[in-house]
Design a protein around this ligand. Structure first.
Ligand code: LLP
Length: 431
C-alpha cells in the first residue's frame, strides 16, 4: 500500500495536503502514514497466519514513539539493538517480554536493563557474549534467555554495507561449529537456550537468498530443538521495498503511484517461499521486518531554496541535507523526488538536487531528469520512512527535522523540530 497521491494538484499523504504540512510545520519534515504502517503489518501477519509466529518490528528502522505505539496496538513484538531502543518500546507501552535483543556489542548496563525488564530473548552474536550474559545474570540471581545468531554464509545480493550473512561480516556465529557453541552454552548455569536466529541482510529484492538461508539453517533448528528444546527460530528481516518504481518497471514515467505493480518481491511471495520449509519445524517462527513495515510509509519534505546554473550542471539547492537523510551518501540509496505541486506537463530538466552541507557527497540525485519545480516550492523524497530520521545527525549544527504522523485527515507532530537552543542546551564553553 502506498498512501501518497496527488489530489487537487497537490501531493497528499492519506487525506492530508503535504503543501499545507510544509507551510505550517516548515521543512525539512518527515511525514509518516499510519494506515500504510498498519496495512503492511497486517499483510505480513495475515500471510503468516498458518503458523505459530511473531512479528518483531526492527525498531532501528524508525523508532519514533508514536510509530512504536501504533505497532504496539497492532500486537507487534520488537527487535531492539540497544538499551535505548528497549526504553523506547517501554515508553510506547510495549511489552519487554515480546522483545528480542540483537547486536554484537551489548554492554553490561544494557544486559542488566534487559534482564530487569524481562525481555523475551537475547540474540547473542558470539560465545564470549553468552559467557558475559551468563555472568551478569548470575550476579543478578536470574536466568537469561539466549539464542545464538547463526551466520549462514549466504550471499544476500544487496549493497555490501547492508549485507550481514557472509562469513566475512562481523555478525553472528559461523554456521560450521555452531552446534558446539550451543553445547558449551548448555553447560552455563545462568542461561536458558531459547531459540536460533539469523539475518542475512537488508533491502533484499529477490526470494532466492532467503530460501537458500532458510533451507540451509532449518535442519540446524530442528536438531537444536531436539537437543535443547529451543522454542523459536527467527529468520530476521531484510525484505526490500521499491525505491525507484520507474526503474523497476522499465517505464519512462518519472514516478508511478502504483507501488504494487512494480514490487519485485511481495511480502506474500516472501512468506510463501520460506514457510513450507519452516512450518515443518513446529517451532515458533519469528520475523524482524523494519524497512518493509515503514519504508514506503514515510517521505521527507524539503523546500527548494535556489536554482544555480553552473557551466556543467544545473543544481537545485534544497533545505535538507545529508544530515537529514544520509542514505544516498552512505549507500548510493535512491529516493524518488516528487514535487508537491503536481506537474502540469511532462517537461523534464536534468538537475542535481543538493543540500546545504559542505560536502560533495551531499546530494539527493545527480543528472536526474525531474519535472519542474522552482525555488520556493517543496518536494518529497519518497520512501524515507525507514532509516531516514533515525540516521539524521546534527552535522553542521543543524537541528533534527520535525516528524509528523498522518492518520486519515489528522496530522500530528510526533517530534518537534529540534531548535538551536536544544542543540546547545547541554554543551559548555569552559576555557
Ligand atoms: N534484524 C536484524 C538483526 C537487523 O540487523 C536488521 C537490520 C533488521 C532485522 C531489519 O532489517 P530490514 O527488514 O529493515 O531490512 N541503514 C541501512 C539498513 C541497515 C539495516 C541494519 N539491520 C539502510 O538505510 O539501508
Amino acid at each position: 500500500m502506498h498512501s501518497f497521491h496527488y489530489q487537487n494538484g497537490s501531493l497528499h499523504c492519506e487525506e492530508v495536503d503535504l503543501n499545507q504540512v510544509a507551510d505550517v510545520h516548515g521543512t525539512p519534515a518527515y511525514v509518516y502514514s499510519a494506515n500504510t504502517i498498519r496495512d503492511h503489518y497486517r499483510r505480513l501477519d495475515q500471510a503468516m497466519a498458518g503458523v505459530n509466529h511473531g512479528i518483531e518490528y526492527a525498531v532501528k528502522a524508525n523508532s519514533n514513539l508514536s510509530v512504536l505505539k501504533l505497532l504496539v496496538e497492532e500486537g507487534s513484538g520488537f527487535d531492539i539493538v540497544s538499551g535505548g531502543e528497549l526504553r523506547r518500546v517501554i515508553e510506547a507501552g510495549g511489552d519487554a517480554g515480546k522483545c528480542t535483543f540483537a547486536g554484537v556489542g551489548k554492554t553490561r548496563e544494557e544486559i542488566e536493563y534487559a534482564l530487569q525488564q524481562g525481555i523475551y530473548c537475547f540474540n547473542a552474536e558470539s560465545e564470549e557474549e553468552v559467557a558475559f550474559i551468563n555472568q551478569v545474570a548470575g550476579e543478578m540471581g536470574v536466568k537469561a534467555p539466549v539464542a545464538f545468531r547463526v551466520n549462514p554464509n549466504v550471499d544476500a545480493k544487496t549493497h555490501k554495507y547492508i549485507s550481514t550473512g557472509k562469513s566475512e561480516n562481523k555478525f553472528g556465529v559461523d554456521f560450521v561449529g555452531i552446534e558446539a557453541a550451543y553445547d558449551r552454552a548448555a553447560s552455563l548455569p545462568h542461561v536458558t537456550l531459547k531459540g536460533l536466529q539469523m539475518h542475512i541482510g537488508s533491502q533484499l529484492t529477490s526470494l532466492q537468498p532467503f530460501v537458500e538461508a532458510v533451507e540451509k539453517v532449518t535442519p540446524l533448528a530442528l536438531s537444536l530443538k531436539s537437543a535443547y528444546g529451543i522454542e523459536f527460530f527467527s529468520i530476521g528481516g531484510g525484505v526490500g521495498i521499491v525505491y525507484d518504481p520507474a526503474l523497476e518497471s522499465g517505464k519512462p514515467e518519472w514516478w508511478a503511484a502504483q507501488e504494487e505493480e512494480h514490487k519485485p518481491l511481495t511480502i506474500e511471495q516472501y512468506v510463501a517461499g520460506v514457510l513450507p520449509t519452516l512450518e515443518k519445524t513446529g517451532l515458533k517462527i519469528l520475523v524482524e521486518p523494519g524497512r518493509y513495515i515503514v519504508g514506503n510509509a514515510g517521505v521527507m519534505l524539503t523546500r527548494c531554496l535556489y536554482e544555480k546554473k553552473g557551466s556543467a550542471k544545473t543544481f537545485r539547492i534544497v533545505d535538507a541535507g545529508m544530515n537529514d537523510l544520509i542514505r544516498p551518501a552512505l549507500y548510493q540509496g535512491h529516493h524518488d523526488i516528487v514535487p508537491l505541486n503536481e506537474p502540469r506537463d511532462a517537461a523534464m530538466t536534468q538537475v542535481d538536487v543538493v543540500g546545504p552541507i559542505c560536502e560533495t557527497g551531499d546530494f539527493f540525485c545527480q543528472n536526474a531528469d525531474l519535472p519542474d519545480f522552482s525555488p520556493g516550492e517543496a518536494i518529497a523524497l519518497m520512501s524515507a520512512g525507514a532509516y531516514g530520521f533515525v540516521m539524521a545527525s546534527n552535522y553542521n549544527s543543524r537541528g533534527l527535522p520535525v516528524e509528523i504522523l498522518v492518520d486519515g485527515s489528522d496530522a500530528k507532530v510526533v517530534r518537534p523540530r529540534q531548535s538551536l537552543d536544544d542543540i546547545l542546551a547541554s554543551e559548555k564553553a569552559v576555557l
